[in-house]
Design a protein around this ligand. Structure first.
Ligand code: FPP
Length: 263
């Protein structure tokens, strides 16, 4: 069982935050939170460090946020860790990013197992370096029966390509008679996406002040609530996640309809 005191930096307690955590836990929790973790490079530059130092610091934040999301009872946390466009970055940076899942899971897999977290991924696994893929597959296998938070890494993921591949698969199934064109609807189409096992995100967070989706879950985010912050990902902490959840809980989600009290 997670000791809430263990969540805070240096083991220090933050009573105000503890009260707010208990308060958000009593209200409607987002079932699925997706995060575009942005600003690692700028965080490093501000400190005259190489960009990869920002990614490494960002990895530590993944641990903190995973633990809190699990504690809050969030069902799934999808983290955009590497896009299909990120291959364009300098070779050394790409190599560093590809080593992070190994380092993260090499260190924290026992903790994730103990905390009942299930590791999954979306994206093209087959194009990842062998060592990255092996680390993810080992973690997925070791946690596959866990029933707590689903920690879903978007790695080598791009949403437009995902949609095109889904369309292609639907056409193949139509051609072979497995699928009747009349049965193509939002629900059946979503089953062809990489996220077929997950509910759509209720809340999208993007850090670092950038206000765009960058080819992330374009289909799945159709009705999600967005929360943007100027905070750079390596500076993101429990306080910010709680702020985002508090804002989410105050939003009124109408899905194109109207509130019942307005009718
Ligand atoms: C974007 O910031 C961030 C990334 C491309 C990588 C995100 C990866 C992590 C936070 C670590 C992931 C950890 C695990 C366990 C897989 P940027 O480099 O574009 O920042 P900038 O816009 O300031 O340059």
């Amino acid at each position: 069982m997670l000791n809430i005191k263990k969540l805070w930096k240096n083991g220090k307690t933050n009573e105000n935050l503890e009260v707010r955590i208990e308060s958000v836990k009593r209200q409607k929790m987002p079932k699925h939170i997706a995060i575009i973790m942005d600003g690692n490079g700028r965080w490093a530059k501000k400190r005259s460090l190489p960009r990869v130092a920002g990614h490494h610091e960002g990895m530590k934040v993944v641990r903190k946020i995973t633990r809190l999301a699990n504690h809050l009872g969030v069902g799934a946390l999808t983290l955009y860790a590497f896009s299909t466009e990120n291959w364009k970055r300098p070779k050394l940076e790409v190599e560093f990013l590809m080593k992070l899942p190994e380092e993260f899971l090499g260190t924290f897999l026992p903790e994730l197992i103990e905390e009942n977290v299930r590791v999954t991924m979306v994206g093209h696994k087959e194009h990842l370096p062998k060592h990255t893929r092996a680390a993810i597959e080992k973690a997925m296998e070791a946690t596959k029966h866990n029933t707590g938070l689903v920690l879903n890494f978007a790695l080598n993921y791009g949403s437009r390509a995902e949609i095109i591949e889904a369309v292609r698969d639907v056409l193949i199934d139509v051609k072979s008679g497995i699928m009747d064109p009349n049965d193509i609807n939002e629900t059946s189409f979503a089953q062809y996406l990489m996220t077929s096992e997950l509910e759509d995100p209720d809340l999208l967070i993007r850090t670092s002040g950038e206000i765009r989706l960058s080819n992330f879950m374009l289909w799945q985010l159709a009705y999600s609530e967005f929360w943007f912050t100027d905070v750079l990902w390596p500076d993101f902490d429990e306080e910010h996640l709680i702020q985002a959840v508090e804002v989410f809980q105050k939003r009124s989600r109408r899905y194109g309809g109207i509130n019942s009290e307005e009718s």
